[in-house]
Write a protein that binds this ligand. Structure first.
Ligand code: MN3
Length: 200
């Protein structure tokens, strides 16, 4: 298979002032594109890793192909990351998703605290996640570098990139402020609810 860089689902300046056009230009055109280019080079030498991106990520991890795993997993993570945001994001959640979050965390605020803490305390580069476990229960997790819920048998419902390239231009070292802006003003909850419905 061949990895392909998707277009952003909105204009580069559409997430301003929470995420600038400059950040999106670097993050999408340089960083994400590099994962695609490097992943494709590695796939030429490893053609039997799978027919879908998900298979490639899981197989590369199982077989210890760390270079391919890093690039393919980051490609998967970023394809979703662009869709997890939208202009005028944040705000209220679709009812079914809100009920599930209340069930698992007690309240939206309790989920929000857990998600912000997971992102802020991920040491170095990585991601924080809202995942659905095999038993249907929702959980907040964090992972280093390109690691993601796919390799833990979990369904990713929401993820936030806490690599410095995702926030340093707009927030400098203030990762917690970036995480707050992500949850409160950028998340596309309709897309999260769609993933939730598909996972049930
Ligand atoms: Mn990134």
């Amino acid at each position: 298979m061949t990895l392909e860089l998707p277009e952003l689902p909105y204009a580069y300046d559409a997430l301003d002032p929470y995420m600038s056009a400059e950040t999106l230009e670097y993050h999408h055109d340089k960083h994400h594109n590099a994962y695609v280019t490097n992943g494709n080079k590695l796939l030429e030498g490893l053609p039997d890793m799978g027919a879908t991106l998900e298979e490639v990520v899981v197989n590369a991890h199982k077989k210890g192909e760390q270079g391919l795993f890093n690039n393919a997993a980051q490609h998967w993570n970023h394809k979703l990351f662009w869709q997890w945001m939208k202009p005028n994001g944040g705000g209220s959640l679709p009812g079914n998703l809100e009920a599930a979050i209340n069930d698992s965390f007690g309240s939206f605020d309790s989920f929000r605290d857990k998600f912000l803490t997971a992102g802020a305390t991920q040491f170095g580069s990585g991601w924080c996640w809202l995942v659905m476990n095999a038993d249907g229960k929702l959980e907040v997790t964090k992972t280093p570098n390109g690691e993601n819920p796919l390799i833990h048998g979990q369904t990713a419902l929401l993820g936030c990139d806490v690599w410095e390239h995702s926030y340093y231009i707009d927030y400098r070292n203030a990762r917690p402020k970036y995480l707050e802006a992500f949850v409160d003003s950028l998340v596309n909850w309709e897309f999260v609810a769609e993933l939730f419905e598909n996972a049930k």
